[in-house]
Ligand binder design. Structure first.
Ligand code: AMP
Length: 415
């Protein structure tokens, strides 16, 4: 045998036994998102690398360290998308969708980041995301968060909502200055990562999970107390919208979105079922992004949800993946029976009834075993005799009970 080739580290196969859960995740997303007026967009997995440098940020870990970048035969510098928002915004601008007024779009698909693989963190992972363009008013924030809350509820998943505001260009700069000064004053107590981020991206320091940093961060100045009146009013309105919708949340003043164009609303859903990588979805308002990518000033807010993590939660909650099983399994006794089985199976399938047969034929006992292995509800034995008389027996594989059935009435009877 030739040497076998394994898949790429950090990139997973999704086998048929697991796929049903993913299909459910996606079907429920489509259903719930449609109720809120979100429409699907599909953009390429490959984009110009520059899109992410500008749209995610040159200084972010994602772009600096984790992006898969390659030259397309010495011409353009391309990248595998590390997230879905930049490509969605690019398409929104490129196709002039902004002329039609506010738009709600969603996407789903694979994303790529060259991170250190661990539980809940992969190099190819999948996201489902929503983006609402063109509305600056806070009720859209509340509505989008409620959509996600609804989505989890439909799947029977419990996730905690954390909410925060990151201010905007009028209140954040002064706060950042104070934050930097505070962090610098306690430099020695902070981890190397925090020390490195302190100057460039002080908000991200608040997000640090290292144990020894926690006492310092707990005492850090809080933006919530220094918001400009507009940001304060926006935050209040988002909260009252969530209250009106009956969505429960906690305010987490250390929840941040790292990039400059994020303003005001930031939110995250977490689950205890996930361990250290506890975030299942994260979102925020990005009013500057469309403009940064060459479009007209357009407010926006979006989230992305990690499908691998959601699958882990569903699995842990013992939520069975609803896989479709055959209703009838045809067992053939001889060559005539095998031919009849082929025809009858086609007839049932045309009628929308799932069924199976063992194309290898062989011993009937083995075929019955196969019927049980695939989880069929009934077995139907066909041979020369059944073909000649047009009569057969439908055997309930759970109760072993046999019911006579005329082949001509098979579809109606099985139904
Ligand atoms: P982000 O795009 O970083 O805001 O992430 C949004 C969500 O995507 C997170 O809450 C995770 O559920 C998921 N996610 C992000 N990065 C990864 C990864 N490397 N592997 C698996 N899931 C991820």
């Amino acid at each position: 045998m030739a040497t076998k080739i394994n898949g790429v580290k950090g990139m997973n196969d999704l086998l048929p036994g697991q796929a049903a859960r993913w299909q459910e995740m996606e079907a429920v997303a489509r259903e719930v998102f449609a109720l809120y007026g979100y429409r699907e967009v599909r953009t390429p997995v490959v984009e110009p690398a520059q899109l992410f440098a500008r749209g995610v940020g040159e200084a972010t870990d994602i772009v600096k360290k984790e992006m898969y970048v390659f030259e397309d035969k010495g011409e353009d510098l391309l990248a595998l998308r590390p997230e879905g928002t930049a490509g969605t915004v690019r398409a929104f601008i490129e196709h002039g969708a902004f002329v039609e007024g506010p738009q709600k779009w969603f996407y789903m698909g694979p994303m790529f980041r060259r991170e250190r693989p661990q539980k809940g963190r992969y190099r190819q992972f999948h996201q489902i995301g929503c983006e609402a363009f063109g509305v600056a008013e806070p009720f859209i924030d509340a509505e989008q968060i409620a959509l996600l809350d609804d989505y989890f509820a439909r799947l029977g998943v419990r996730a905690e909502l954390k909410l925060n505001t990151v201010g905007d260009g009028s209140c954040r700069p002064a706060y950042l200055q104070d934050l930097r000064a505070y962090l610098a004053s306690r430099k020695g107590e902070l981890c190397p990562d925090c020390n490195e981020r302190m100057e460039r991206n002080p908000l991200r320091v608040l997000d640090c999970k290292v144990e020894s940093c926690q006492p310092v961060l707990a005492e850090a100045p809080r933006l919530l107390e220094r918001l400009c009146p507009e940001c304060a009013a926006h935050f209040d309105a988002v909260r009252s919208g969530l209250d009106a919708l009956g969505v429960r949340y906690t305010v987490d003043t250390r929840l941040v979105r790292g990039l400059d164009y994020y303003v005001r609303t930031a939110y995250e859903f977490t689950s205890d079922a996930l361990g250290s990588q506890s975030a299942v979805a994260g979102g925020g308002r990005y009013d500057g992004l469309v403009e940064t990518l060459g479009g007209p000033p357009t407010p926006g807010i979006g989230f992305a949800l990690g499908q691998e993590r959601l699958a882990m939660i569903l699995e842990k909650a013992g939520r069975a993946a609803p896989e479709r099983k055959p209703v009838v399994f045809f067992v053939s006794a001889d060559a005539d029976g095998a031919r009849e089985a082929l025809r009858r199976a086609a007839e049932l399938r045309r009628a929308g009834i799932a069924c199976e047969l063992d194309p290898r034929g062989g011993k009937m006992k083995a075929q019955f075993k196969q019927a049980e292995r695939v989880g069929a509800r009934y077995a139907l034995v066909l041979g020369g005799n059944e073909v000649a008389t047009g009569q057969a027996k439908l055997k309930d594989l759970a109760t072993r009970e046999e019911t006579p059935v005329a082949l001509a009435e098979l579809v109606a009877r099985v139904r």
